[in-house]
Write a protein that binds this ligand. Structure first.
Ligand code: AMP
Ligand code: MG
Length: 278
């Protein structure tokens, strides 16, 4: 099991959070083995993404992909964004981060700011936090009424079902870390001047509500795990493992799109002649 397979990555589709964040299901190997795996995956991801992008550039509608990342502070969302997109052509990717809403965003429905960031045809978008904050942090801090939060689970399911119907594949990932691991990560940020910029004193206040967050996540997964837009709960205390899993999930989706190189809309033989004679 020093090679993680797509099947094993997909078995992380859990609707419970009982998985041990330190575990590496489907994989027994060290960091070097993970990197070796990732290299192979990267090569295939690169080719499939180029095909996806090429099809859109040729005027077809190959669809698009959206990866939604959620996780507690220090769970490695930034690292997953970086490593997943690293092998890809930047022209074909789109990154959006969702922090505290602005005044303007607050004046609209919670999905307004999300819709603006959806991937165009041929693109792979990755969300660092998402519309799920509007049911997670809103539940924990009672920023919305229970009735409104209840309404939102349904609105999210409708929204994602529409997205999928219009050709966007949706992968939802929860980077599941342990409370202990978060503490280690926060301490690390305070011990290294090069990491101060990553430290946010507010993270310690959120950390105090750990159990409330886990409960909010548990409910959100129960309410919004659908076949169209499934949730994957990825044990993430081992960051290289978590990054590899996300790549595998993306690989699986790209493979399922049956992508091919776009056919030319010109006569190749004739164009060859023209260029040679030019
Ligand atoms: P970070 O991703 O660590 O830079 O932090 C972003 C912060 O914005 C987190 O504390 C989120 O919980 C918060 N946030 C994101 N979306 C919302 C939202 N819709 N309402 C309230 N807070 C949010
Ligand atoms: Mg943070």
């Amino acid at each position: 099991m020093s090679t993680l397979t797509v099947k094993e990555a997909k078995s992380l589709r859990f609707t419970t959070m009982d998985v041990d964040p330190q575990a590496t299901p489907g994989f027994k190997g060290d960091k070097a083995a993970i990197e070796k795996n990732a290299e192979k995956v990267d090569a295939e991801l690169r080719e499939l993404q180029e095909k996806l992008y090429a099809n859109a550039r040729s005027g077809d509608n190959p669809g698009s992909v959206l990866i939604v990342l959620q996780g507690m502070d220090t769970s490695g969302k930034g690292g997953v964004v970086k490593h997943t997109l690293d092998p890809l052509d930047p022209q074909g990717v789109h990154i959006a981060s969702f922090g505290k809403p602005t005044e303007e965003e607050l004046a609209h429905d919670f999905l307004w700011r999300v819709e603006k960031q959806l991937p165009a045809q041929g693109k792979i978008a990755i969300f660092d936090r998402s519309h799920y904050e509007d049911v997670i942090v809103h539940r924990v801090h009672q920023l919305s009424s229970p009735e409104e939060i209840e309404r939102r689970y349904g609105a999210i399911n409708d929204f994602e079902a529409r997205l999928v119907k219009s050709g966007t594949r949706v992968i939802k990932v929860f980077l599941h870390i342990s409370r202990k691991f978060q503490k280690e990560n926060l301490l690390e940020r305070l011990e290294d001047p090069e990491k101060y910029w990553k430290y946010n004193p507010g993270d310690v206040d959120e950390r105090a509500r750990w159990d409330d967050y886990m409960e909010a996540y548990r409910i959100a997964f129960e309410r919004t795990d659908t076949d169209a837009a499934p949730w994957y709960i990825v044990p993430s205390d081992n960051k290289p493992y978590a990054r590899l899993v996300v790549k595998m999930l993306l690989l699986d989706v790209l493979r399922s799109m049956n992508l091919d190189w776009p056919a030319p809309d010109f006569d190749v033989a004739r164009e060859l002649e023209r260029v040679k004679n030019s």
